[in-house]
Design a protein around this ligand. Structure first.
Ligand code: NAD
Length: 458
């Protein structure tokens, strides 16, 4: 740890030197990272296959491509993001002028999970670079091949005092590191329990955090929805990466009138995407490890299996599965499933569906399939959730013009595009006041000025 502490101190010194402050420096780093990611695209793809059984196409669409898009949008916009922004000045402060500067935060820590191990490590890093920070990146030890290629890319691309990778078991490494060194921001993506412990550790030193957590993300299918399209889009969102996506549909609430029809379309979509034997599908992934595999298999007993259920512990395969007759107080409906098992429930009314969703408040994502804009407005107004889609699932993540993040139980803070830049900078407000106008009303004695103040402070 002493050696690591010295490394972190050298990062602090590098930050204090101000080297990364100019736009030209940050732009160059983004270009260097882009060049390295393009150079190693095939190796990244091989690593993602080894860790998660992602096909090269899926690896590109859900990891490398998203990272490249984030780099491109940052390269296009960084100059304008960095410019100080004028703000208006209120009556009491006239004739001052007001500006907002975006200050780098310092040395930031980025902690990533294993399910999208490349982009969840490096998209936050793009934000940290844009903000003019030094960054320590901690990839997940559970995706070791991707962690290794991340390390190779970052070592080749950046000076060690600027961007540094640390590898190992987060449960040992991170508490020790956060004790030994005061980071200026911690950007954490992962599970709720670990998120809480990161928050506690950060609180001791008043370190700001971004917490990108998980939870149970519901899908609502109204009786006026296009069921065939809904089934296809739910199937894609749910079974991509074998259900190990933080914003994947966790369970479906479908109007009772259309439940059977929706389920039959869902089955058709699954067999169309992954054939009738997903174990040999080019497009179907595997479960990360036996611990998660065993947990997921235990869910299969908690209701009636309508589809799928086949599994193989040696290959970490669990077929895309649909379940019915699941009890609302079973673990399957209390825990984030994070695997290819989809419980489906029928409902009659908005209130019934809403109360089921509220069993697990503040979902990370929410998906509604309907043609009725009044229903759409009602759900959006009443439910607090991180992000979502109407008549789609999961794709909101890929729009870097939208902030991505949770609320309440599903996290705090947001990122992607301009929102990453804001997360990784401090909005520093500065008001400039001319000296030629200095009315005595602003100075004591204030006696008798109450009416005037009431007019000024409006
Ligand atoms: P995890 O919390 O187990 O691990 C995430 C990271 O934290 C890893 O790098 C790990 O080494 C580190 N870590 C583990 N234990 C730690 C501890 N005690 N102290 C400090 N660090 C520790 O999460 P995971 O299993 O890798 O990821 C799955 C979870 O992440 C799911 O809940 C999923 O919903 C969530 N997730 C959220 C998002 C999002 O953007 N909101 C994205 C992907 C995954």
């Amino acid at each position: 740890m002493q050696q690591l502490q010295a490394v972190l101190q050298s990062m602090r010194a590098f930050f204090d030197s101000g080297t990364m402050s100019p736009y030209a420096f940050r732009k160059k780093q983004l270009l260097n990272l882009k060049e390295a990611v393009l150079k190693y695209t095939n190796e990244i793809s091989t690593a993602l296959y080894s860790d998660m059984k992602k096909s090269p196409e899926e690896a590109y669409a859900t990891e490398t491509g998203l990272l490249i898009a984030e780099l491109n949008t940052s390269l296009e916009n960084l100059h304008s993001w960095m410019k100080p922004k004028s703000a208006s000045t209120n009556l009491v402060n006239l004739p001052s002028s007001s500006k907002i500067y975006r200050d780098p935060l310092g040395v930031v820590l980025i902690i990533a999970p294993w399910n999208y191990p490349l982009q969840l490590s490096l998209i936050p890093l793009v934000g940290a670079i844009c903000g003019g920070n030094c960054a320590v990146v901690k990839p997940s030890e559970l995706a070791p091949a991707t962690a290794a290629i991340i390390e190779k890319i970052l070592i080749e691309t950046f000076p060690p005092a600027y961007v540094r990778v640390i590898q190992g078991d987060g449960a040992d490494l991170i508490p020790a590191m956060m004790k030994a060194f005061r980071f200026d921001h911690v950007f954490y993506t992962g599970s709720i329990p670990v998120g809480k412990s990161i928050y506690q550790m950060a609180a001791a030193d008043l370190i700001p955090v971004t917490l990108e957590l998980g939870g149970k993300s519901p899908v609502i299918i109204e009786n006026d929805a296009n069921l065939e399209v809904a089934a296809r889009r739910v199937a894609l969102g749910k079974y991509t990466n074998a259900g190990q996506t933080c914003i994947a549909p966790d369970y479906v609430l479908v109007h009772k009138d259309v439940k059977e029809k929706f389920i039959s379309y869902l089955k058709k979509s699954i067999s169309k995407f992954y054939t009738n034997d997903a174990s040999s599908s080019y497009d179907y992934g595997k479960i990360i490890n036996t611990r998660r595999f065993d947990k997921l298999i235990s869910y299969l007993d908690q209701g009636k299996l309508l589809y799928g259920g086949q599994h193989n512990r040696d290959t970490l395969f669990i077929a895309p599965s649909i379940m019915d007759e699941v009890l609302l107080d079973s673990p399957l409906m209390k825990e984030e499933i994070f695997g290819p098992i989809l419980p489906v429930f029928g409902y009659d009314s908005f209130d019934e569906a809403f109360s089921i969703v509220q069993q697990n408040p503040n979902p990370l994502a929410f998906y509604l399939f309907t043609n009725n804009s009044q229903v759409e407005k009602k759900w959006i107004r009443k439910l607090h959730f991180g992000s979502g889609c109407i008549n789609n699932s999961v794709w909101q993540f890929g729009n870097h013009n939208l902030p991505f993040g949770g609320v309440g139980n599903s996290g705090m803070g947001a990122y992607h595009g301009k929102f990453s830049f804001e997360t990784f900078t401090h909005a520093k407000s500065v008001m400039k006041t001319p000296v030629w106008f200095d009315p005595s009303i602003k100075y004591p004695s204030f006696k008798g000025k109450l009416r005037l103040f009431k007019n000024l402070f409006r």
